[in-house]
Design a protein around this ligand. Structure first.
Ligand SMILES: *Cc1c(COP(=O)(O)O)cnc(C)c1O
Length: 383
C-alpha cells in the first residue's frame, strides 16, 4: 500500500468518526490507482500524442473485448455518443424517436437537437426502465428508433424491445450511460442492440477525469460512418463526406481509462456488495430497487423511494450523509420540452417515482460500518 493510500485510509477512518460520507468518492478512485494513473498521464505528456494517440486505439480494443460488441468507437461524451448513433442512422427533422421520460436530459435532448421528435413512453414501477408493453401503442409511420435507457445500471428487457423494433423496422439504441458492465441474459450492456452509447463522466460507474464516452455497434457500415462523423465527417484528411463533429476522446482520458478498465470488474463486485448490504438493511423499511433475475446491475445509483423525501434529505444531511435525486423532474415536465405539449398525468408511473426517488451514497469503497450508519440514520429519518 502506498503512503498516500494509507493517509487516505486514515482520513477515511477519521471521517467515519465525524460521520462524513462521500457520495461517489472520486478522490479514492484516483488514490487507489495513483501510481499507474500518474504514469499513464506522464506517458501521454511525454509523447505529446494528445489527439487520437495510441492509448485511444488500445482503449477501443479493450472496450470491444470487455463488452463483446463488434465495434467500439470512443468519443467526447455520452451525449456525443447518442448524437453519433442518431446521425449514423440518418435521423431527419420530424422523425420520431421513442424513449423514456425518466432519464437524464441528454437522452431526449440529442433527439431534439437533430430536430427529430422525442416521444415518451412511461416506465415500469419495478425497474424504472421503459415499460416495453407500452412501446408499441406509440409507434407511428414517422417512428425511426427506440432509445431504451438502462437506468441506474440495469438493462431493460432488450429481447422484447429488439423484437418490437424488428417487427416495425426501427433502430434500437441502448443508452447505457449508467450501465457499462451490467449483464442481461449473460451478455454485456452495450452489446445488446444495433447501437449502444455509454458515458465515462467521472460519476458514472466507469469514470474518467473529465468528459468521455463511447458508441458501440454490431454493423460495420455504421462503425465506419461513426468514426468519420466523430472526425468532422472526413474519410481522409481534409476530405469530408458528411457533416460531422469534433467528437474525439482525448488521449489523456483514454490512458486513464485503460488503467481503470483493468480493475473495473473489482469495482463492479464492490458496488454489488454495497447494494446487497443496503438491500439487506433496508428491505423492511423502504421501497428498495429490484434487479430482474436475468440481469446484473452495476449500480450507477442505489435509489430507494420514500414518501417524506424533503424532510428525509434534510435529516440525513444534518448527519453528514449526502443524497441525490435522480430525477426531481421528468423530461416531459422540463421547460425545454414544453413545445411537445405533454401535460401532468401523461406518465403517471414516472411522475410518482420522481416525487419519491432518493439516491443513497454509492461507490466501491463504502464499508459495512458506513452502510449500517447510513441505513440506521435513514430508518430514523423516515419516521
Ligand atoms: C450521463 C448520462 C448521459 C450523458 O453522458 P455525458 O457523458 O454526461 O454526456 C446520457 N444518458 C444518461 C442516461 C446519462 O446518465
Amino acid at each position: 500500500m502506498s503512503v498516500s493510500l494509507k493517509i487516505i485510509k486514515l482520513l477515511k477512518l477519521m471521517s467515519n468518526i465525524t460521520n462524513k460520507i462521500d457520495f461517489a468518492n472520486l478522490p479514492m478512485a484516483y488514490e487507489e490507482h495513483k501510481v499507474e494513473i500518474d504514469n499513464a498521464i506522464k506517458g501521454v505528456l511525454q509523447n505529446a500524442n494528445y489527439i487520437m494517440g495510441e492509448p485511444v486505439k488500445e482503449f477501443e480494443e479493450k472496450l470491444q473485448r470487455f463488452t463483446g460488441a463488434k465495434y467500439a468507437i470512443s468519443c467526447s461524451s455520452g451525449t456525443d455518443a447518442l448524437l453519433l448513433a442518431l446521425m449514423a442512422m440518418d435521423i431527419q427533422p420530424g422523425d420520431e424517436v421513442l424513449t423514456t421520460p425518466f432519464t437524464f436530459i441528454a437522452t431526449a435532448e440529442t433527439i431534439a437537437f437533430l430536430k427529430a421528435k422525442p416521444v415518451f413512453v412511461d416506465i415500469e414501477e419495478s425497474t424504472y426502465n421503459i415499460d416495453p408493453s407500452k412501446i408499441e401503442e406509440k409507434i407511428t409511420a414517422r417512428t425511426k428508433a427506440i432509445i431504451p435507457v438502462s437506468i441506474f445500471g440495469q438493462v431493460p428487457d432488450m429481447d422484447f424491445i429488439n423484437e418490437i423494433a424488428i417487427r416495425h423496422d426501427l433502430f434500437v439504441i441502448e443508452d447505457a450511460a449508467q450501465s457499462f458492465g451490467a449483464t442481461y441474459k449473460g451478455k454485456r450492456s452495450c452489446n445488446l442492440s444495433t447501437f449502444a452509447c455509454t458515458s465515462f463522466f467521472p460519476a458514472k460507474p466507469l469514470g474518467c477525469f473529465g468528459d468521455g464516452g463511447a458508441v458501440f455497434t454490431s454493423e460495420p457500415e455504421f462503425a465506419t460512418k461513426m468514426k468519420s462523423l466523430r472526425l468532422h465527417g472526413q474519410m481522409e484528411r481534409y476530405h469530408h463526406k458528411y457533416i460531422g463533429m469534433g467528437g474525439r476522446l482525448d488521449t489523456l482520458q483514454a490512458a486513464i481509462l485503460n488503467v481503470k478498465l483493468d480493475s473495473y470488474e473489482q469495482d463492479i463486485s464492490n458496488r454489488q456488495r454495497v447494494a446487497q448490504k443496503y438491500t439487506s438493511f433496508l428491505k423492511e423499511a423502504v421501497i428498495i430497487p429490484t434487479v430482474n433475475p436475468e440481469s446484473t446491475s452495476v449500480w450507477a445509483q442505489y435509489s430507494i423511494r420514500v414518501k417524506n423525501r424533503t424532510e428525509t434529505v434534510e435529516k440525513l444531511k444534518r448527519n453528514g450523509i449526502p443524497t441525490a435525486i435522480h430525477y426531481p423532474k421528468a423530461l416531459h415536465q422540463q421547460e425545454c420540452f414544453e413545445y411537445l405539449d405533454y401535460k401532468e398525468g401523461d406518465f403517471p408511473v414516472t411522475e410518482k417515482v420522481t416525487r419519491e426517488i432518493l439516491s443513497l451514497p454509492m461507490n466501491p469503497y463504502l464499508t459495512t460500518k458506513e452502510i449500517e450508519f447510513i441505513t440506521n440514520q435513514l430508518k430514523t429519518a423516515i419516521q
